[in-house]
Design a protein around this ligand. Structure first.
Ligand code: NAD
Length: 440
């Protein structure tokens, strides 16, 4: 099949490369000419494990090409996947759909034969129906165009494996024909047993925001428990282990810490509450405001504990920050809790030296005032305090005794509950974590 993938960012670049890997002819489209040039040469313009190999293979095979031309896309595609960004609006919690709308306004009048537009971006419920009407208004005579939605569940850091072996595929379709087309696109995945859920567009749109709301709730739940544990002298990691044995609850997403960030969870739960309010059911999901508030409070809590560990203030203190990205195995710093904490302590006068294995360039672009250091030991040189803010595997491998040689004092705040307290304390460090008593 001939597919276009419009919007070649974290989602679209992976989708385009993986669809070509599955055997389709794919044309990636973006308005960012630099990104298109890099991808066209088989270079991934961001960090995503495993993507370089799949992209390189797909470009070399001739099955994957890139363009900035919507005319070319309209001529080429039997199926057009829309993967553009849907960030939070500046003036409200709602989703900014300008990029999705721009794609439809640009693409629909150019279409001249039978094809299917399939949204993958995360959108408010009702978007497919709205865009379907708009496409009907814009379509040329002779064009036969339908709109469907196929929300994406990939995780940055695991995006290739999540696309080639997803836990499920969800499609929102309005006709048997659209359903057949999508089954054909995903035939290689259906053959290996990937569950395929075909629903109406509204249900499919809601599955995505409901899933993210549930995950956000799980994280904020355990973070709320961590605060209670701190007050009561209890240990949230043991609590989470004990809860997790209950198969109705499960252990995953119960690691207390600095909370969630990134380009999806925070804006998705906000957009969901805004859309629910428009639909007159804001009260049904008002708990998500609390989930959001608990999440952001972890950033302040981390700053407060760090200030306390730094002796009551940051002025004149050198603070080493380990981690800038919102999660490990990604270079994405959108709404990163680590960067928010680093910015806050810098604002209080700390001399911040920040390390991240992959996110330094992106972090520097959004927060140029910090000192970015590409080496852990150098970042920690002379530090009065080390903050562990993103749980990269590299940081779990640090030898605390070796690090102690370069720091000024042996104090570390593990805001991700990922380091081994026994290992650090036996090397003479004071290690504090969120929701755990400080080892003697
Ligand atoms: P991104 O910002 O990395 O990529 C978006 C791309 O769309 C950019 O390259 C941008 O230049 C391009 N674009 C914008 N307007 C365009 C237009 N008019 N025509 C062509 N291209 C255009 O964003 P992302 O992280 O890939 O997210 C895209 C969507 O996927 C969002 O709705 C997001 O919520 C959803 N999503 C993302 C992930 C993830 O892990 N990143 C996972 C699931 C769903």
């Amino acid at each position: 099949m001939r597919l276009t993938v419009i919007g070649t960012g974290y989602l679209g670049a992976v989708h385009a490369a993986c669809m070509a890997d599955l055997g389709h002819e794919v044309l990636g489209v973006d308005i960012d000419a630099e990104k298109i040039a890099a991808l066209g040469e088989g270079r991934v313009p961001f960090y995503e494990p495993g993507l370089q190999e799949v992209l390189g293979r797909a470009v070399d095979s001739g099955r994957l090409r890139f363009t900035t031309s919507l005319d070319e896309a309209a001529d080429f595609g039997d199926v057009h996947f829309v993967c553009v960004n849907t960030p939070q609006r500046r003036d409200s919690p709602a989703a900014d759909l300008r990029a999705v709308d721009a794609v439809i306004e640009g693409l629909a009048p150019r279409l001249h034969r039978r094809c299917l537009i399939v949204g993958k971006s995360t959108v408010p419920v009702g978007t497919t129906a709205r865009l379907g009407t708009r496409v009907g208004e814009l379509a040329r005579e002779g064009a036969d165009v339908e709109v469907a939605w196929n929300p994406e569940f990939l995780r940055e850091g695991f995006a290739v494996q999540d696309t080639l072996r997803p836990e499920r595929l969800v499609v929102g379709v309005q006709s048997a024909r659209a359903d057949r087309t999508l089954r054909e696109v995903y035939a290689p995945l259906l053959r290996i047993g990937v569950p395929y859920i075909s629903a109406g567009p509204a249900t499919a749109e809601l599955v995505k925001v409901a899933a993210n709301s549930f995950l956000a709730t799980k994280i904020s739940f355990i973070n709320a428990m961590a605060e209670v544990c701190d007050a009561a002298g209890a240990d949230v990691t043991t609590l989470a282990d004990a809860l997790g044995y209950d198969t109705r609850i499960g252990r995953r997403f119960l690691r207390a810490g600095l909370g969630f960030g990134g380009g999806c969870l925070p804006k998705d739960i906000r957009a969901f509450t805004a859309r629910a309010e428009e639909l007159g059911v804001g009260g049904a999901v008002s708990f998500l405001h609390q989930i959001d508030a608990i999440n952001t409070r972890q950033r302040q809590r981390t700053v407060d504990i760090a200030r306390d560990m730094a002796g009551g203030g940051f002025e004149g203190r050198r603070i080493a920050v380990l981690g800038a990205t919102f999660k490990p195995d990604s270079d994405d710093v959108r709404d990163s809790p680590a960067l928010a904490v680093a910015a806050a302590i810098h604002g209080e006068g700390a001399d911040v030296r920040l390390h991240d294995p992959r996110g330094l360039d992106n972090a520097r672009a959004v927060l140029p005032v910090l000192d970015y250091v590409p080496d852990v030991a150098k970042a920690c040189e002379g530090a009065d305090l080390v903050l562990h803010l993103t749980e990269w595997t590299d940081y779990r491998r640090i030898d605390p005794a070796e690090l102690a040689v370069v720091t000024r004092t042996r104090r570390i705040l593990d805001a991700r509950n990922a380091l081994d307290p026994a290992l650090w304390t036996s090397a003479g460090w004071t290690l504090r974590a969120l929701g755990r008593p400080t080892p003697a």
